[in-house]
Write a protein that binds this ligand. Structure first.
Ligand SMILES: [Zn+2]
Length: 704
């Protein structure tokens, strides 16, 4: 869970944490039976020989070379540039001996749907320029110089028109008293939204958009990547757009605000077409269980250059594919027992089309590692490496495997000739979406998936260039991903037994951290009512955190071959359950003690009438509702008015709520699960969300 309450000394402060003593002792006892952590070599998840072979062959320098090549392509989803980049990657795979590398594609035209996602339109631009003519002449953008100057999906244009400042460009009040017909508007909201408000609705001819002043304040020169994403029927009604930097935006806004006229001349040579959304895939076939797969994936898109996002992930996959194939062919490592599949995806839209075309994916795939932005130069991008865990609805051994390799990497001295000497700086972070692991983790697909990446102020801008990719960091992340994939592809009984130690330790650590946070929240309450509420929360956390960790241990069963190892996994799970039960008792005792200190009687746990009602409702996910809910689907299906009239859960918490729907759990249980993971959420908002999903035919709400 993500509760980050700081421990403040509340009304009960003077009495201390005595209630915690018992379980802290318990943890120490359990921990002492676990062997001390030793990284790498014969005590680790890989043999010394395999570890050395991987470190010797994987090359961040080659990776950087691939990044530079891929970053030359203007490769947004469903574009010719995407296909050309994929053909380049495929040619490299062919060269090192992959015989099954191939591109698969499905219609993509701004019209066709894959589940709740409508495909992007095909679009290409040949040239585009934007000039200021008045008050003085200045070139503001040139597609052939910097492709991000042009908003993607801009229609053809050849116009000279006055510029009008419309603030964000999406609030109707900003248009009061302004006639934008035939003019070019200037706004800082997302281009696609400005186009619909200013151009489609109010008949402006085009737009100039820029990053709002408060966003990335230290970087006023960034030129962002934005797109219009038109439906096929909208393609002639959304005009054109150019992006300018904050510097240039200021230069345009000052004369406008001083009452001066600004005149721009825009020329765009572009067109729309019915395209395909595509995926490139290749495999190393498993020697023992070819139908079980470990997936290494990364999205090949974004516009030129998009070096870290995500030429780095695409290049990293290619380098891992090359190194593993080479080492196997030379006999330096064993071929994998399970199949390793490499997937270069078209972010979101290609992934959903692929999952629809391959309904077997969820059954055959044991785990997926999503490489998205893996090459950041930590100094140049002020960044650190992040391994993003699976959501609480999908606990998995994958978390422990990746964490093991991350920590191992921190002990190794990896450095490349042209790479940085910066020390490895990493964090293991709770689940967040934002890339293709979001699709794999969805309950309807059911594949545990982690993302490896870096936060980066340059992402989605023209400044995301190959000079910000560090071959040293790229090699580190390739080692983490390839090492993890190879381990999972080969794990059998002995490897699973070894992994079980990591799993047990991780489960205990996380469970204890969650219980500590919950007890700390109880401890710092100020009133009996708050204490009672946080006591209920703490019991809820113990329940769901406990469930998550037991499932996490049990997930390793898929790697085990013998009944003996499976039994061992069950025993560990039973042990953990027993420990969790003692914590529930500990929390009750802690509550009673805190009540006593305050001189109030302890209350029995009971549900509010709203919660009582929610226990009688059973949400059921519709058979045809697969993959996460498409962005904007509810608005398109039900209308803006209805959606806005029911303020509902949004973001990752909304998605997780659907993941916890299993046809048996009540609405109240789903609420408890999401609350344990995300902290305070509103039951009313959850009910509203499910009611919208029901109206859209995506779930039904039965009664007990
Ligand atoms: Zn990305």
């Amino acid at each position: 869970m993500r509760v980050t309450d700081s421990v403040t000394k509340g009304a009960f402060g003077q009495f201390g944490f005595r209630g915690l003593e018992k379980w802290i002792l318990g943890v120490l006892l359990v921990s002492s039976i676990i062997a001390s952590r030793s990284f790498g070599g014969s005590n680790g998840l890989l043999s010394q020989k395999t570890q050395d072979a991987l470190l010797k062959e994987l090359s961040g320098e080659r990776g950087l070379d691939y990044v530079t090549m891929i970053s030359r392509f203007e490769r947004i989803q469903a574009s010719e540039g995407w296909r050309n980049a994929a053909l380049y990657v495929k040619s490299q795979l062919d060269k090192v001996g992959y015989t099954d590398a191939h591109i698969e594609g499905w219609p993509s035209n701004g019209e066709t749907w894959y589940y709740t996602w409508q495909t992007p339109i095909g679009w290409r631009a040949r040239s585009a320029t934007l000039w200021m003519l008045e008050p003085y002449q200045k070139k503001l953008g040139d597609y052939e110089e910097i492709p991000n100057s042009l908003v993607k999906h801009s229609g053809p244009a050849d116009v000279t028109a006055e510029l009008v400042d419309v603030g964000s460009g999406v609030d109707s009040k900003e248009y009061d008293g302004k006639d934008v017909r035939g003019k070019i508007v200037m706004g800082f909201a997302y281009s696609g939204d400005v186009a619909r408000e200013a151009i489609k609705k109010r008949r402006a001819v085009g737009m100039v958009t820029y990053i709002p002043q408060w966003d990335r304040k230290d970087h006023p020169d960034l030129l962002q990547y934005t797109a219009i994403w038109p439906r096929w029927s909208e393609r002639d009604s959304l005009g054109f757009g150019f992006n300018v930097s904050k510097y240039d935006a200021q230069e345009l806004l000052s004369p406008l605000r001083g009452g001066k006229k600004v005149v721009l001349k825009a020329k765009v040579d572009s067109d729309f077409y019915e395209s395909q959304i595509e995926m490139l895939t290749a495999t190393i076939r498993g020697s023992a269980y070819p139908d079980q797969e470990i997936v290494l994936c990364g999205h090949l898109d974004h516009p030129q250059p998009s070096a870290n996002d995500n030429a780095s992930g695409s290049a990293g996959l290619l380098e891992m594919a090359r190194a593993l194939r080479t080492l196997i062919d030379r006999g330096e490592i064993d071929p994998p027992k399970r199949t390793i599949r490499f997937l270069w995806v078209s972010e979101y839209y290609g992934t959903v089309a692929y999952l629809k075309a391959h309904p077997e994916f969820g059954k055959r795939t044991i785990a997926a590692i999503n490489c998205d932005m893996i090459g950041e130069d930590l100094k140049k991008t002020d960044s650190y490496f992040c391994a993003t865990r699976t959501p609480d609805s999908r606990p998995s051994f994958l978390n422990e495997v990746i964490e093991y390799f991350v920590k191992l990497t921190a002990t190794l001295s990896i450095s490349e000739l042209r790479g940085s000497a910066a020390p490895f700086n990493y964090r293991i972070v709770p689940y967040a979406g934002g890339s293709d692991h979001y699709f794999f983790n969805d309950a309807s697909i059911g594949v545990p998936s982690m993302m490896l990446g870096h936060p980066d102020p340059y992402h989605h801008t023209a400044q995301d260039t190959p000079d910000k990719v560090d071959p040293t960091e790229l090699k580190r992340v390739c080692f983490i991903a390839a090492g993890s994939a190879w381990f999972m592809a080969n794990a059998s009984d002995a490897e699973t037994e070894r992994l079980l130690l990591e799993l047990y330790r991780g489960s205990l650590e996380r469970f204890v951290a969650d219980v500590t946070n919950a007890e700390a929240a109880m401890y710092s309450t100020q009133t009996p009512d708050d204490l009672f509420a946080s006591y209920k929360d703490a019991l809820n956390v113990v329940k769901w955190s406990g469930r998550r960790e037991v499932k996490s241990l049990q997930s390793a069963g898929v790697l085990a071959a013998s009944a003996h190892t499976k039994e061992h996994i069950d025993e560990s799970a039973t042990n953990l359950k027993r420990f969790e039960q003692t914590q529930e008792i500990g929390i009750k005792e802690f509550y009673e003690r805190l009540c006593k200190e305050q001189g109030v009687p302890p209350r029995k746990v009971e549900l509010t009438s709203e919660e009582q009602a929610a226990t009688g409702t059973i949400p059921i996910r519709s058979e045809t509702f697969k993959c996460p809910l498409g962005d904007g689907y509810l608005v398109q299906k039900l209308g803006r008015e209805l959606v806005d009239s029911l303020p509902s859960l949004t973001g990752d918490a909304a998605w997780e709520a659907v993941n916890f729907v299993d046809g048996k759990r009540s609405l109240m249980e789903v609420y408890g699960a999401v609350k344990a993971e995300y902290g305070e959420i509103s039951l009313q908002r959850l009910k509203n969300y499910f009611s919208l999903l029901e109206k859209a035919g995506l779930i039904s709400l039965g009664s007990k």
